[in-house]
Design a protein around this ligand. Structure first.
Ligand SMILES: NC(=O)c1ccc[n+]([C@@H]2O[C@H](COP(=O)([O-])OP(=O)(O)OC[C@H]3O[C@@H](n4cnc5c(N)ncnc54)[C@H](O)[C@@H]3O)[C@@H](O)[C@H]2O)c1
Length: 442
């Protein structure tokens, strides 16, 4: 691909987030606090990471902002949609992620962020019961109303560009149906025919965003933009898309740890991951149909890193058919822990002459604290990609995502290995800064 240097940003960047829950309120509060110099955006690679530019005597290590023209945190305006009417301040308080001292200094700005009415269908998240919901004639009308929200936001705030980020609840699993999701024409026809079974509300947000010239990022595991019809729309409108599912806790560890096993040619017979989580996300995921969406996303990580077909001696043992290691993922809703998720991984490996060993990982994390910097990075980098003329699936953003999008109709393989993903990210930044990509992907 011939790469184009990103153009400098003009004016303000609008960030419209679908869902104003724990993740979004933590993200927005952190950005507002960082702007005032009252908090540090720890965990955000766009704010901290340095990349090597040049080689030999000419090499320099520079921050992202010194390589590419990133939007400044002071130039961001926020808006959100939610099923519940709580404003961003109330939502941050309800989420109980942040302490009062980290919310109160930006109380007024947060209170001003009142959620727009959601495009919602209870069949996609049965455990939610809010009434801040649009009244829509059909799915096409849903799209039209969302497009109007985006246009109004631009008019009212004067932002030049908008990025739309999904940080709303995980919807029930919508399997890809070639007849509906296979082309833009059939997708639009299904929206107009109000096909509620195949058109999730999230697809209406994505369609509206792309049609209004806004990049769209899917932070949940929903199949929304991971369908050929949306790729077509992204190509047509020349907009970047990325997804799916923020790679925050257990899967981050998995995609960083699995290469240790793979690179040292150790064997794997099983990997059991379980965790307890007590926030609203955990409540929604307690519903089996919603968990299914998450399970598919979480399971996909290992197979491309530890490939049983490639190394049958090492990864071809474990389950009933004796063809592959046993990989199991569980999420248990457990209210006392709220947003403080605890994850356990039990990894059964084997070494020289097949002798077994075990590794245990216990991650006591904070879900939204891990997700907030990813929201910032994904938003800033999607805006950058748009200004660099990149459109369609942005594979360089796989670093931030559990189940990275790829063109499965062309048998393209996703890249899940964290270190390979980091290489792709660094090379994309170099290219968008006008430097050559110089690390080979193996
Ligand atoms: N925190 C993490 O580590 C992490 C990691 C990966 C993915 N995610 C995903 O991020 C999403 C947000 O997580 P959270 O902890 O903030 O959840 P949350 O339940 O606190 O917030 C989600 C919000 O989305 C709203 N919502 C649901 N459907 C909507 C719709 N159609 N339109 C507008 N709003 C809608 C809900 O009312 C809720 O307030 C979830 O899908 C979660 O699975 C989170």
């Amino acid at each position: 691909m011939v790469s184009k240097k990103a153009e400098a940003p003009k004016g303000k960047l609008g960030v419209m987030v679908v869902g104003l829950g724990a993740v979004t309120s933590t993200f927005i509060t952190g950005v507002l606090m960082a702007r005032k110099g009252l908090a540090k955006p720890v965990g955000s690679v766009t704010q901290y990471d340095k990349i090597r530019i040049g080689k030999g005597d000419d090499k320099k290590y520079l921050h992202y902002k010194d390589i590419v023209p990133l939007a400044d945190l002071n130039d961001i305006e926020f808006a959100a949609w939610d099923v519940y009417p709580a404003n961003a301040f109330e939502s941050a308080v309800n989420a109980e992620v942040l302490k009062a001292k980290d919310i109160l200094p930006v109380k007024e700005e947060l209170e001003a962020i009142k959620p727009l009415k959601a495009a919602f269908d209870k069949n996609y998240a049965k455990r939610l019961d809010g009434d801040n919901v649009k009244d829509c004639k059909d799915r096409w009308d849903m799209v039209e109303q969302l497009r109007e929200d985006i246009r109004n936001f631009k008019k009212e705030t004067g932002v030049e560009r908008v990025v739309v980020l999904w940080a709303a609840s995980t919807e029930v699993y919508v399997p890809v149906d070639e007849k509906i999701h296979g082309s833009l024409e059939t997708l639009e026809a299904a929206m107009k025919a109000d096909d509620k079974e195949h058109i999730a509300p999230s697809m209406c947000y994505a369609y509206a965003a792309l049609a209004e010239g806004c990049p769209f990022i899917m932070g949940a595991p929903n199949t929304t933009v991971d369908i050929p019809a949306m790729w077509e729309l992204a190509e047509k409108t020349k907009m970047p898309i990325a997804g799916k599912d923020f790679k925050t806790g257990q899967t981050l560890v998995k995609s960083g740890f699995a290469p240790i096993i793979g690179d040292r040619c150790l064997g794997l017979s099983g990997w059991f991951s379980t965790n307890i989580l007590g926030n609203r996300d955990g409540l929604v995921l307690d519903e089996p149909a919603n968990f299914r969406t998450k399970e598919v996303s979480k399971l996909s990580t290992l197979e491309t890193i530890l490939d049983p077909e490639d190394q049958p001696d090492l990864y071809g043992h474990g389950n009933d058919e004796d063809t592959q290691y046993y990989h199991k993922v569980r999420i248990n809703y457990y209210p006392p822990r709220n947003d403080n998720k605890e994850g356990w991984d039990n990894i059964d490996i084997f070494g020289w002459m097949g002798y077994s060993m075990q590794i245990k990982i216990n991650f006591l994390c904070r879900d939204s604290i891990l997700a907030a910097p990813l929201c910032l990075d994904l938003v800033l980098l999607s805006d950058l990609a748009m200004r660099a003329g990149r459109y369609g699936i942005q594979r360089f953003l796989s670093f931030f995502l559990k189940s990275p999008m790829h063109d499965y109709t062309k048998d393209e393989k996703p890249i899940n290995n964290l270190y390979q993903q980091h290489t792709m990210l660094r090379n994309a930044i170099r290219e968008m800064g006008g430097y050559p990509a110089d690390e080979e992907m193996d």
